[in-house]
Design a protein around this ligand. Sequence first.
Ligand SMILES: Nc1nc2c(c(=O)[nH]1)N[C@@H](CN(C=O)c1ccc(C(=O)N[C@@H](CCC(=O)O)C(=O)O)cc1)CN2
Length: 285
Amino acid sequence: MATIIDGKALAAKVRERAAAEVAELGGRGISCGLAVVLVGDDQASATYVRSKLRDCEQCGIRSFDYKLPAETSQEELMELIGRLNADEDVTGILVQMPLPAHLDTERVVAAIDPNKDVDGFHPMNMGRLVRGLEGLRPCTPAGIMEMLDEYEIDPAGKNAVIVGRSSIVGKPMAFMLLARNATISVAHSRTDPHELARICQSADILVAACGVPKMIKGPWVKPGATVIDVGMDRDEAGKLCGDVDFDSAELVAGAITPVPGGVGPMTRAMLMSNVVLAAKLQHGL
Ligand SMILES: Nc1nc2c(c(=O)[nH]1)N[C@@H](CN(C=O)c1ccc(C(=O)N[C@@H](CCC(=O)O)C(=O)O)cc1)CN2
């Protein structure tokens, strides 16, 4: 049976660490403030935003909540970001994704001050990641790296396969594992489907981030591999599940993350960590 990687427990530790740092910064006259921008009425996004605001409260981080209607124009959103960039009380800015289709995500991301970009999505922060420089990292892959470290799974010299090439998870994950000396393969929607099982079977570390419910089955998993499930899907019965068929994969894997209770809580916790890091960077610490 595989070790179940407990994202919820580790997230609580990460939040505690962030709260202690927030208090320490406060003692030095440095306060942390996170602006959270939600455009539209996507229910899942609204739930994630509520949790982020709760996390801020728990960590002693001031939060600024912006809920904008779905028909918000690009100019209105850019104007708000400009104001948040200039606001000294706001040390972190997060725009919840996905944005409504009429908005240009790339323009929005690029408008955020890179030093306040607690999502790590800005081209400058992505560029720093690619070049192996320190900086703000996207929360989901950063949380996965924390989980690997906590469970003493060293990526060095291992074959890592990432299924999915999104800018939020797949691409930054590839560079973070590369920075830790793993050998990387990225499979995606245009990968030959007949090759996919074989590619996954080569993985010592398999990160599933393709958004297809239970796509990765036990026989695709190398015995003893670490399986990280980023999926946030619904099964035929409408129940929350991941991109991995947990029941069959767990029998083969060495370690595996559950859904819920794995990567999701760590995504939230790493945001708190990034808010602290952004405040420190802004004060040259
Ligand atoms: N600006 C951003 N947008 C989005 C990000 C992001 O990192 N930055 N990531 C995802 C959504 N997300 C955070 O925003 C997120 C998703 C899921 C969870 C989580 O804790 N999931 C729970 C289950 C929740 C449920 O019951 O529905 C779990 O896995 O245990 C946290 C954060 C896309 N957008």
